[in-house]
Ligand binder design. Structure first.
Ligand code: NAP
Length: 478
C-alpha cells in the first residue's frame, strides 16, 4: 500500500504530526536527514499506525500515492529551500509539497511562485499548538492553491483540533496566506501574554498579591469572559512551587523573555502595511526591553521613579481583570485589522469569521472569545473593526472606566503597562473626533511642502510659509 502522505523532518513537530496522521488512519511514509530520528520514532511509536520507513528522499517519494503529498517539517529558512531543491527532481506535475514549519510568508510566496512554474503545488501551512497540538490536534492554516486543498484539505482537517465537530482547519487563501495568518496569530499571542504579564505585575507590585493567591484569581478569571488556554496556564505557572528552593517558580525564573521571531515579523509586516498594530508592537518591544539586562541593572541605580502611593480602591482586582480584557480585545482587533490590510495588499480573500474559527481550539490563543469574534464576522454586516461589532463595542465600553483607573494607578505606581496603555490610546484614537494629525500635516507642509487636505474643500493645498503665507492649490504629495 503506498502512503497517502510523506513527512520529512522528524524532530518533535514533524514526528508528532506524522503520528497524528497515522493515528487518524493514514499510511505515513517517514524520512529524516539523519535516519536515527526515523528509527527512534518507529521504535517508540511504530505501533500507533501504518508507517513506511525510508532512508532517502527518493525512497520517500517512491512510496507515495499520486498526487504525492510531501510534508516538510525541518528548521525554517535555508533548510526548507534545500529540501525543496532535493525534492523537485523527484516529483511529477501536480504533486504537492507542504511546508508546515514556521516559515516567513515572504519565503512562502517566493517558493510557491517558483514551484508553480514547474507544475508543482506548494502549500505553506501555518500550524499552531506546539508539540502537544501537533500530536493531538493543532489549529491548521493552509495557504496555496485551491486545487491543492482539494487533495490535501480533508487530511489536514481530519488531524486538526475540532470544536463541536467542526475542524479548526480551512483553506485561508492563496500562496503565503496560511503562513501570514499564522504569523499574525503569533503576534496576537505575544500581546495576549504581555497583557497577562502586566495584570500579574500590577497585582503583585500594586496589590501585593503573591503568586499562589494570583493563581486562584486567574483560575477564577478562566471561568468568565477571559476563559482561554493562556489564562489557564497562567494559573498553573503561578501556582507552581520550585522544588529546589521552595519559592514560587516564577520568582526564580530570569525576567528576560525570549523570542523566535514571528512577533518581530508581525511588527515588520505591520509597518510595511501601515497597519496600526501598536499593542502587538509594544509586546515585542517589552520582550526586547526585558532582555536588555545590563542596561536595566544600571537603570535601577540611576533613574528616579517618584512613585506616588495611591489608594487602589476596593475593586482593584476586578478593575485589573477588565483592563486585561479590554486590552486583549484591542490586540485581537489590531491583528484582524492587519489581516484586512494584508488581504488588500496581497489579493487574498481572507474570511475573518473563518480565520477566527480556526483559532477556537488547538492553538495557543484559543479562547472562548473567539466564538464571539467568529459570530461578529459571520454577520451580514461585517464590522470595519472588531471593536465596532455591537457586542464588542458594548463589552469594551463597559470596561473603559476600570481600564482608565488601572492605567492611571500603574502610572502613579511606576509599574510599566505598555500594552494596557497603548491599547487604550488606540481605542481613544479610534473614537477621537479630531486627532493632532492635522498639526502634523501643517508641520510637514511647512518644512517639506508635503501639502494637506482641507476639511471644507476638495484638493491638496500648500501654504507659502516662507513667502506671504497665502495658500495655493498644489499637487498631492501627502
Ligand atoms: P527544528 O529543530 O526546527 O528542526 C530540526 C529538523 O530539521 C530535524 O529533523 C533536522 O534533521 C532537520 N533539518 C535541519 N536542517 C536540515 C537540512 N539542511 N536538511 C534537511 N533537514 C534538516 O524542528 P522542530 O522543533 O520540530 O520544528 C520544525 C518546524 O516547526 C520549524 O519551522 C519550527 O519553527 C516549527 N515549530 C512550530 C511549532 C508550533 O507550535 N507550530 C512549535 C515548534 C516548532 P536532522 O535530524 O538530520 O538534524
Amino acid at each position: 500500500m503506498p502512503a497517502q502522505i510523506g513527512v520529512t523532518g522528524l524532530a518533535v513537530m514533524g514526528a508528532n504530526l506524522a503520528r497524528n496522521f497515522a493515528r487518524n488512519g493514514y499510511t505515513v511514509a517517514l524520512h529524516n536527514r539523519s535516519v536515527a530520528k526515523t528509527d527512534a520514532l518507529l521504535a517508540a511509536h511504530g505501533d500507533e499506525g501504518d508507517f513506511i520507513r525510508t532512508e532517502t528522499l527518493a525512497e520517500l517519494v517512491e512510496n507515495l500515492e499520486t498526487p504525492r503529498r510531501v510534508l516538510i517539517m525541518v528548521k525554517a529558512g535555508g533548510p526548507v529551500d534545500s529540501v525543496i531543491d532535493s525534492l523537485v527532481p523527484l516529483l511529477d506535475e501536480g504533486d504537492i509539497i507542504i511546508d508546515a514549519g514556521n516559515s516567513n510568508f515572504v519565503d512562502t510566496r517566493r517558493r510557491e511562485a517558483d514551484l508553480a512554474e514547474k507544475g508543482l503545488h506548494f502549500v505553506g501551512v501555518g500550524v499552531s499548538g506546539g508539540e502537544e497540538g501537533a500530536l493531538l490536534g493543532p489549529s491548521i492554516m493552509p495557504g496555496g492553491s485551491k486545487e491543492s486543498y482539494a487533495a490535501l484539505g480533508p487530511m489536514l482537517e481530519k488531524i486538526s483540533a475540532h470544536v463541536d465537530g467542526e475542524p479548526c482547519c480551512a483553506w485561508v487563501s492563496t500562496d503565503g496566506a496560511g503562513h501570514f495568518v499564522k504569523m499574525v496569530h503569533n503576534g496576537i499571542e505575544y500581546a495576549d501574554m504581555q497583557v497577562i504579564g502586566e495584570a500579574y505585575n500590577l497585582l503583585r507590585t500594586g496589590a501585593g498579591l503573591e503568586p499562589a493567591a494570583q493563581a486562584k484569581i486567574f483560575e477564577e478569571w478562566n471561568k468568565g469572559e477571559l476563559a482561554s488556554f493562556l489564562i489557564e496556564i497562567t494559573a498553573e505557572v503561578l501556582g507552581h512551587v520550585d522544588a529546589k528552593t521552595g519559592k514560587p517558580l516564577v520568582d526564580v525564573i530570569v525576567d528576560s523573555a525570549g523570542q523566535k521571531g514571528t512577533g518581530r515579523w508581525t511588527v515588520q509586516s505591520g509597518l510595511d502595511l501601515g497597519s496600526p498594530i501598536s499593542a502587538i508592537a509594544e509586546s515585542v518591544f517589552a520582550r526586547g526591553l526585558s532582555s536588555q539586562r545590563d542596561q536595566r541593572a544600571i537603570g535601577q541605580e540611576v533613574l528616579q521613579g517618584h512613585e506616588v502611593a495611591v489608594d487602589l480602591g476596593e475593586n482593584f482586582v476586578e478593575d485589573v481583570r477588565q483592563a486585561l480584557f479590554a486590552s486583549k480585545l484591542v490586540s485581537y482587533a489590531q491583528g484582524l485589522d492587519m489581516l484586512t490590510s494584508a488581504g488588500k495588499e496581497y489579493n487574498w480573500e481572507l474570511k475573518l469569521d473563518e480565520i477566527a474559527s480556526l483559532w477556537r481550539a488547538g492553538c495557543i490563543i484559543r479562547a472562548e472569545l473567539l466564538k464571539d469574534i467568529t459570530k461578529a464576522y459571520a454577520a451580514d454586516e461585517k464590522p470595519a473593526n472588531l471593536l465596532f461589532a455591537p457586542a464588542f463595542a458594548e463589552a469594551i465600553g463597559a470596561a473603559v472606566p476600570a481600564w482608565r483607573r488601572v492605567i492611571a494607578t500603574a502610572v502613579q505606581l511606576g509599574v510599566p503597562v505598555p500594552v494596557f496603555s497603548s491599547s487604550l490610546a488606540y481605542y481613544d484614537g479610534l473614537r477621537s473626533k479630531r486627532l493632532p494629525a492635522a498639526l502634523t500635516q501643517g508641520l510637514r507642509d511647512l518644512f517639506g511642502a508635503h501639502t494637506y487636505s482641507r476639511i471644507d474643500v476638495e484638493g491638496s493645498f500648500h501654504t507659502q510659509w516662507s513667502g506671504d503665507k497665502t495658500e495655493i492649490e498644489a499637487e498631492d504629495t501627502h
